[in-house]
Design a protein around this ligand. Structure first.
Ligand SMILES: [Mg+2]
Length: 389
């Protein structure tokens, strides 16, 4: 059956939420991120700031050098998560098949909704309009027969984009695009293609799978399928999800361990917050990193008992990061953290003292969630926790 998939991606989301709260900043370069003197990094930049070359994951110090007049604001993840829930509520009017990729991005499978609401394109337009009217925020939307194409479509027309790629247009849409658009390739992989004289997806498609395999090993089959616009990955809604995870891809590979630790902590913070929000506790903590040659490593640790406590997840993630990855650690293009192994039944057999200690941690997390909602995450720090930023 032909599927109808939407990819909805908010434009400069964190910055847009901040600007919405302070309309006097509209049109000005706004950077949401950690402070330069604390080795902070850019979490989001308004389009006015991007014109100066500022982009996310860049050290704040660099960003402010490029754009000294930018307004720097501390991230308020709890607020963004709340707005994210409101956006999610708009999606759920049209389909229960919503797969969030991050706070500001989601896939929707609207195939089964078309009978009720009209074609995917009409549903996409309504969602974009409702987000604008009700939340005062701008989303870019891609409509396509699969996730891979939908994601490219939402990005290609940004900001304020709306792009439909009908099934019969998929190949014509893909062929002229740079190979770097293929999932998992990125800038470094694109260089490898360049050496082979391949710059566009159309040129890649001319290669046989066997020839590709000589150069790209196991990755070749996936490349070949994607180059032909084939992607069967289903949209997996959050309540079916077997893990809660958060990852980030850097615009440039990062080798600085301090910066990587700061990112890992930030992602851990978001994952733990989402777990608590959804009433989930997981037993397994996993980290994921992707290297410059786009190989991906994952490391996991199973805890004694399921948790939603930031500190416990952070300690496990940090241990995996410090002790279980190759040394010296090469620069990374992606880092992520996730928690899985959810228990249907809450851990009932915790021993009394451990339970008391954890109740205290739970109270600390609850207080921190509330403080973060008011003042932004990072306003408090945990004693004995290496925050690294
Ligand atoms: Mg976005």
């Amino acid at each position: 059956m032909q599927r109808s998939i939407l990819h909805v991606d908010m434009d400069a989301f964190f910055a847009a939420v901040e600007i919405r709260a302070r309309p006097e900043l509209a049109g000005r370069p706004v950077i949401v991120g950690g402070r330069a003197e604390q080795r902070g990094v850019v979490a989001a930049a308004s389009y006015a700031a991007r014109r100066y070359g500022v982009h996310s994951a860049m050290p704040t110090a660099t960003a402010l050098r490029l754009c000294p007049e930018a307004v720097l604001l501390p991230p308020r993840h709890a607020l963004y998560a709340e707005v994210s829930q409101q956006i999610r509520a708009v999606f759920l009017r049209y389909t229960p098949q919503v797969e969030p990729l991050s706070l500001d991005e989601a896939f929707l499978d609207v195939s089964a909704s078309e009978r009720l609401f009209g074609p995917g394109e009409a549903i996409g337009r309504r969602i974009k309009q409702e987000i604008r009217d009700e939340l005062g925020l701008v989303a870019s939307v891609g409509v396509a027969p699969n996730k891979f194409i939908a994601k490219i479509a939402s990005d290609i027309d940004k900001p304020d984009g709306f792009m439909v790629v009908a099934p019969e247009r998929v190949q014509a849409f893909l062929d002229p695009l740079p190979v770097g658009r293929l999932w998992g390739v990125g800038k470094v992989g694109a260089k490898a293609f360049e050496r082979l004289g391949i710059t566009t997806i159309g040129q890649l498609r001319a290669y046989t799978p066997r020839l590709l395999q000589q150069h790209f090993g196991n990755f070749a089959a996936q490349l070949w399928q994607l180059a032909h616009g084939n992607d069967e990955w289903p949209v997996v809604s959050e309540h079916e999800a077997k893990s809660v995870s958060q990852e980030t891809t850097f615009a440039r590979d990062i080798g600085d361990r301090e910066v990587l630790r700061a990112w890992l902590l930030d992602l851990t913070d978001q994952v733990a917050w989402r777990l608590r929000r959804q009433g989930l506790k997981g037993r397994t903590v996993q980290i994921k990193v992707r290297l410059a040659d786009f190989s991906t490593l994952t490391r996991a640790q199973t805890l004694a008992q399921p948790t939603d406590i930031t500190d416990e997840i952070w300690r496990a993630a940090l241990r995996l990061f410090e002790q279980r990855l190759p040394q010296p650690l090469p620069p990374l293009r992606l880092i992520g953290v996730g928690v899985s192994g959810f228990d249907a039944v809450q851990a009932a057999q915790e021993d009394l003292f451990a339970a008391q200690g954890r109740q205290r941690q739970n109270r600390i997390d609850a207080v921190m969630d509330r403080v973060a909602e008011r003042y932004g995450r990072g306003s408090l720090f945990r004693a004995g926790t290496p925050r690294g930023k």
